[in-house]
Design a protein around this ligand. Structure first.
Ligand SMILES: Cc1cc2nc3c(=O)[nH]c(=O)nc-3n(C[C@H](O)[C@H](O)[C@H](O)COP(=O)(O)OP(=O)(O)OC[C@H]3O[C@@H](n4cnc5c(N)ncnc54)[C@H](O)[C@@H]3O)c2cc1C
Length: 392
């Protein structure tokens, strides 16, 4: 029997995989369970922008600071998953041009390096962009491969002994008379059998489903699933990520992903994150918005349209203005339930930081003093997750 502290993470998206890596580095024996495969949830259907933070630098400075900090760290530890292709924030209308100074001030305050370029410079680098462009900022955005990013964290965790249990759906959380989570019950979806899992601590990393999982332990976590649509076109039209020089809105980012260009996205609230049909009016809006940035894009054909739901923390705002930051809920401090923590909200770009803050709370609940090392070491090759023997 190992004398390591034991942790069970529910959810194998970016957050759960990054947390598994962090906790194994801090000396935990970790098990990750998911009702599907790795990236079964939102992480498997994300847009793939390694945010520089510029998108949030005017209206959501906390998220902007988190993004630029993690952008720099991920470029170092997850090079294998990232294309260092940079991005533009383009002024196509006079209104966008008038936003220039406010944007530059916000970027400077967040420490995001930006450089103004005139239309000729932009069109020389990216001839497919709308020739009517009025100018734009170059920013340190990038594209990342979603599955590879999650697998690289998971492989690094597995390398240190973490166990991953796919197709295990948690359906109850058992809190004992001392207000401590004793064990969870899962259904093995391949056999239909129930399995109990005991641990010193349980972490709910279920993203848009975190509210439901928390409710199984009788606590309230105010997460709103906010879906968005993405439309992938059959051709890579630019090398760089393209954004509109404005506050975040619908259809204002085109990301080159391998040989495709993917436009996104929308943002609205739903109550059920399990069934989000693709709305064809939203697809039409995406195509029209993409044409504004790249006029020839509608000639190359649509490869796919898809939806997924952001886990956004509830405030009194509408879906577009909810902050893109994250929150770790310490249920011992907030609800007097020991052995239980929830992490939700945030972005793929900030998953390592989310894991660090959560592992700090986990260690504090268990009285363990162990620092975080995830910002320093390069992740294991993503392919090795499926190897018998994982090597670093
Ligand atoms: C349209 C859209 C575009 C986005 N684009 C970007 C982007 O370009 N850049 C960026 O940085 N971020 C982006 N994001 C945000 C990012 O994708 C999410 O923040 C991130 O994927 C959330 O990861 P997660 O691990 O917290 O949740 P998830 O990936 O959803 O993982 C939760 C897991 O919990 C599991 N689960 C649920 N219920 C149970 C249960 N009962 N038992 C066991 N397991 C369960 C699910 O199967 C799932 O695998 C985007 C989000 C959306 C919606």
């Amino acid at each position: 029997m190992s004398d390591k502290p034991t942790a069970v993470i529910i959810g194998a998206g970016f957050t759960g995989c990054a947390l598994a890596y962090d906790l194994t580095l801090r000396g935990f024996a970790v098990t990750v369970v998911d009702r599907g495969e790795i990236c079964n949830g939102t992480s498997g259907r994300t847009h793939g922008l390694l945010h520089s933070g510029a998108r949030y630098c005017v209206n959501d400075p906390e998220a902007a600071l988190e993004c630029i900090k993690e952008n720099i760290i991920l470029r170092r530890i997850a090079r294998q998953c990232i294309e260092f292709n940079q991005g533009f924030f383009l002024a196509i209308t006079d209104e966008e041009l008038a936003f220039k100074d406010e944007f530059q001030k916000g970027a400077e305050e967040a420490g995001i390096p930006v450089r103004w370029m005139n239309a000729k410079e932009i069109l020389t680098l990216e001839p497919a962009i709308n020739p009517g462009v009025l100018g734009g900022f170059e920013v340190p955005d990038g594209s990342f491969d979603p599955l590879r990013l999650a697998l690289a964290f998971a492989a690094s965790a597995k390398n240190r002994g973490a166990r991953f249990m796919a197709y295990h759906e948690v359906d109850s959380i058992h809190v004992n008379g001392q207000s401590t989570v004793d064990f969870i019950t899962m259904i093995d979806r391949t056999t239909g059998l129930n399995i109990d899992l005991h641990a010193d601590i349980f972490i709910n990393a279920c993203g848009a489903w975190a509210g439901h999982i928390a409710s199984l332990a009788g606590v309230d976590v105010p997460v709103i699933p906010c879906p968005g649509v993405m439309v992938a076109f059959n051709k890579r039209m630019t090398e760089r990520v393209l954004n509109r020089l404005s506050l975040p809105g619908d259809g204002d980012i085109i990301i080159p992903q391998r040989r495709m260009s993917v436009i996104g996205t929308t943002s609205f609230e739903v109550s059920d994150a399990d069934y989000i049909p693709v709305d064809h009016d939203q697809v039409k809006t995406m195509v029209n918005r993409a044409v504004e940035m790249i006029p020839a894009i509608d000639k190359v054909g649509i490869r796919a349209s898809y939806m997924s739901a952001r886990p956004l923390i509830q405030t009194n705002s509408d879906a577009r203005s909810l902050s893109r930051t994250f929150k770790c809920f310490d249920h011992q401090a907030a609800n007097n339930i020991r052995g239980f923590v929830t992490i939700t909200g945030g972005k793929a770009t900030t998953c390592r930081m989310m894991a660090e803050k959560t592992a700090d709370v986990v260690c504090a609940q268990l009285g363990i003093n162990a620092p975080c090392f995830t910002a320093e070491t390069e992740l294991a090759p993503y392919r090795t997750f499926y190897s018998e023997q994982v090597t670093q």
